[in-house]
Design a protein around this ligand. Structure first.
Ligand code: DC
Length: 226
């Protein structure tokens, strides 16, 4: 029997998922699980070993040699460990996004990471964000939200985020990458990004962070009480 509560948040990159999911988890007292970070960690391994992330024959053998661990620091933040090394900062690099997107299209990679994600939801109340949480990972989640925004708004947020991290990138490059990644994430055969039938659509194009959080809190409260 299901003992823990779960909130699944899916949507394309730059919709504000991670920031909002983290804030929502804090407000609810749940554990925040960023599943994109797990795919990024596999992507990082492909990057480091020179494997072509779109080639299953190059990526699948890597899975035998990697141990991925999630841990929560005293700061309350999710840290990612790749074979014991803290790679939390490195997986955020812009180059790693395309690697993460590439490896995430490989069914064997998704299967390899599935149990770890489900295990976290079995042991904790979670707010979990990703692309297939409501459709595949936690089909019985108490609340499912599909969070989205117009591509230009998402690219602008990503561009600002990179700038704050000291990675100056042309806006056009970021927009191009956002559109390309949307295309790859929605058209792939394995667990493509799509809204679960029972998910609530939340569009943040015209909303700032606080307004978006208010909308999400409203959706969650309505569904957790139901
Ligand atoms: O959310 P993010 O940008 O950190 O995710 C990195 C990549 O991982 C993204 O291209 C999609 C993929 N991903 C996925 O396929 N399934 C998830 N549950 C989370 C992320």
């Amino acid at each position: 029997m299901k003992q823990h509560r779960s909130v699944a948040i899916d949507g394309p990159s730059g919709a504000g998922k991670s920031t909002l999911a983290k804030r929502l988890a804090e407000a609810l007292g749940y554990l925040y699980v960023d599943t994109g970070a797990i795919y990024r960690t596999v992507g990082l391994q492909a990057f480091r070993t020179g494997a072509d992330p779109s080639d299953p024959a190059a990526v699948i053998p890597l899975l035998q040699d990697i141990q991925i661990r999630l841990a929560y620091g005293e700061d309350g933040l999710q840290h990612m460990y790749l074979n014991g090394e803290d790679v939390t900062a490195e997986i955020r690099r812009h180059e790693i996004s395309a690697y993460a997107s590439g490896v995430s299209a490989i069914p064997e990679v998704r299967a390899f990471l599935l149990e770890q994600q489900r295990g976290l939801a079995e042991e904790h109340d979670v707010v979990m964000d990703g692309r297939d949480i409501g459709t595949v990972v936690l089909p019985d989640a108490d609340v499912k939200i599909f969070l989205t925004a117009a591509p230009e708004a998402r690219a602008r947020r990503r561009w600002l985020e990179l700038k704050e991290r000291g990675q100056e990138t042309a806006f056009e490059t970021v927009l191009h990458d956002v559109l390309e990644r949307d295309e790859r994430d929605t058209s792939r055969a394995a667990a493509p990004l799509r809204q679960a039938e029972d998910a609530v659509l939340a569009d943040t194009t015209e909303k700032d962070l606080e307004q978006s959080l208010e909308l999400l809190m409203h959706i969650v409260k309505e569904h957790l009480q139901a």
